[in-house]
Design a protein around this ligand. Structure first.
Ligand SMILES: NC(=O)c1ccc[n+]([C@@H]2O[C@H](COP(=O)([O-])OP(=O)(O)OC[C@H]3O[C@@H](n4cnc5c(N)ncnc54)[C@H](OP(=O)(O)O)[C@@H]3O)[C@@H](O)[C@H]2O)c1
Length: 370
């Protein structure tokens, strides 16, 4: 079933998994023309993609080093927003052609688990089922909207579902200038916590402060490095240490963080941006380079170490999603959560966008506009 009157478009293609994301960007990523989109079911909708996020997971997936693998050749773009360009005969009556929509990455796109994995957002069009369509939060731009769900749902899963953060507690957030980290800073403040945020760049940390962090600690060597982290965190917490660590960075900083905690703290394993090549490349399974934490410190500090894989946890327990999604969308509607987008790229610049994300040149989110 083809969608009439829509002109042809273009899409990004990952032809095969790279050895690493660098290798995938260099050798496997290209732009290809597409014919007018075809519907697969009468309830489908064609979305003309206006904004798609360029996320860390999009990069890891391009080398098959993310836990969930798309099937090459595929179109990346986990999260995107656009306008309804065409509705199938049985599509939702609640939206009309021309309406702005946000596509639910759990229902369509490369991170979804059903029949619409092929509908990535780095393309002119995406064909999605009606149930993938969400309203764009009030007053939110499409660039911001495509950076909402993955980031804030992750922050929510980690800080609320796993971390049980309470008002007045102190949370240490690593990778705070990143997409998920900046969302965690905003969410932790909304939950009434005090936030100590870390990063390697004073310029990026200035944005983190503007988004509400109470204290920012630069971990680059000129500013005292990781060696002084414990001392600096202890000075900020009256010698007690933090109640919760949100660790999206991994590696050396994890080890130092185990010395920055109060007895009985919760340690949230969110990711490992500093050691991304944990798993084998080219989609090979196994994790020869996995990070390790010392059991002696975990034991003596009485720590709760909590793994926080948002999508995997939701697949195991689907009841986690509805309250999380409803709360994130409600806060977004109220203007309490606002994704920060620091760079916007055209589809022709997709490799530059991927490099910028991979090299840590982005604060918060990056967007490609097909
Ligand atoms: N648990 C989940 O469900 C879930 C969901 C999404 C993502 N993740 C994971 O969370 C991690 C962060 O994701 P993200 O989307 O926030 O990534 P991101 O936007 O690239 O941010 C990562 C941040 O980590 C910091 N960082 C510190 N040391 C680094 C190093 N050596 N190399 C690169 N970055 C370093 C960087 O901040 P500075 O430059 O300021 O130091 C950067 O802003 C990733 O491992 C990702 O796979 C987990």
């Amino acid at each position: 079933m083809s969608a009439p009157h829509l002109p042809p478009g273009r899409r990004v293609v990952v032809s095969a998994f790279g050895e690493t994301p660098d290798d995938a960007i260099e050798r496997q990523v290209s732009l290809a023309p597409t014919r007018a989109p075809e519907l697969t079911a009468p309830g489908d909708v064609v979305v003309a993609v206006k904004s798609a996020s360029v996320g860390w997971v999009d990069l890891l997936m391009s080398s098959g080093q993310y836990q969930h693998m798309a099937s090459p050749p595929y179109t990346p773009g986990l999260e995107y927003a656009g306008v309804v360009a065409y509705k199938g005969p049985a599509a939702t009556a609640e939206l009309d052609v021309g309406d702005e929509v946000l596509v639910d990455p759990f229902v369509a796109g490369p991170r979804s688990l059903g029949a619409y994995q092929g509908s990535g957002g780095w393309a002119t069009y995406a064909v999605v089922p009606s149930e993938a369509l969400l309203r764009v939060p009030r007053g939110m731009s499409l660039d911001a909207a495509c950076n909402l769900l993955g980031n804030y749902e992750t922050a929510y899963h980690c800080l609320v579902a796993r971390g049980r953060v309470r008002p007045g507690e102190t949370v240490l957030i690593h990778g705070a200038s990143g997409s998920t980290g900046l969302s965690a800073v905003q969410l932790a403040k909304l939950l009434g916590a005090r936030v100590i945020a870390t990063g390697r760049s004073p310029d990026k940390l200035a944005v983190v402060s503007a988004f509400g962090a109470d204290h920012v600690l630069c971990t680059r060597d000129e500013e005292g490095g990781l060696a002084s982290l414990r001392e600096r965190v202890r000075a900020l917490t009256g010698g007690r240490g933090v109640d919760v660590v949100y660790d999206g960075v991994g590696g050396e900083i994890s080890l130092e963080s185990l010395r920055c905690v109060a007895f009985g703290a919760r340690y949230l394993i969110v990711g490992w941006a500093a050691t991304p090549l944990v798993a084998r490349g080219r989609g090979g399974r196994g994790a020869p380079n996995a990070n390790a934490l010392p059991t002696n410190l975990i034991m003596m500090k009485g720590l709760d170490v909590l793994g926080c894989p948002t999508a995997i946890s939701t697949a195991h327990d689907p009841s986690l999603r509805p309250p999380r999604l409803a709360q994130v969308l409600a806060w977004a509607d109220e203007g309490k959560l606002t994704p920060h987008v620091s760079r916007v790229f055209a589809l022709d610049e997709i490799k530059a966008a991927m490099w910028a994300k991979w090299r840590g040149e982005i604060v918060g989110g990056a967007v490609v506009r097909p």
